[in-house]
Design a protein around this ligand. Structure first.
Ligand SMILES: [Fe+2]
Length: 138
């Protein structure tokens, strides 16, 4: 069963952002699969490494877009990203340390997957809307 399904309600309409979001969803689903079947720690470490690296890449790219468009909410948006990056890193350490316990799997859902869904629907939608309005003007 796929934990986080991509659908049109998650589409911001910005091609790069949407493509990277899909990739993040895939990474989270893979991580949850690995946790559920309790595959070896090597697989878990590989999934976590990818999630951390890709999160950093995606946020970097998204922040570059925000700067390019002089997005007024950039400082707040960046703070949300920084907090999330730190949370993923912290959860990574705990998952590697204690293995995928029920409690930690719940945290992957609430602090990573559910957070991403609501961040996309609120913050990234707001950003995409702003970019669209700028693109029409220019
Ligand atoms: Fe974002």
């Amino acid at each position: 069963m796929v934990a986080y399904c991509w659908d049109s309600t998650l589409e911001t309409g910005h091609e790069i952002i949407d493509t990277q979001h899909k990739q993040l969803f895939e990474a989270i689903n893979k991580l949850l699969d690995t946790c559920r079947v309790r595959k070896g720690s090597e697989e878990l470490t590989k999934n976590l490494d990818f999630l951390n690296t890709y999160t950093i890449k995606h946020f970097f790219d998204e922040e570059k877009i925000q700067q390019k468009y002089n997005y007024p909410d950039y400082p707040n948006h960046k703070e949300y990203h920084d907090t999330f990056k730190a949370r993923v890193k912290d959860l990574t350490h705990r998952l590697i340390w204690s293995g995928p316990t029920e409690g930690l799997i719940k945290e992957v859902h609430s602090s990573i997957g559910d957070w991403l869904v609501s961040h996309i629907k609120i913050q990234d939608f707001k950003l995409a809307q702003y970019i669209k309005s700028k693109d029409v003007v220019s």
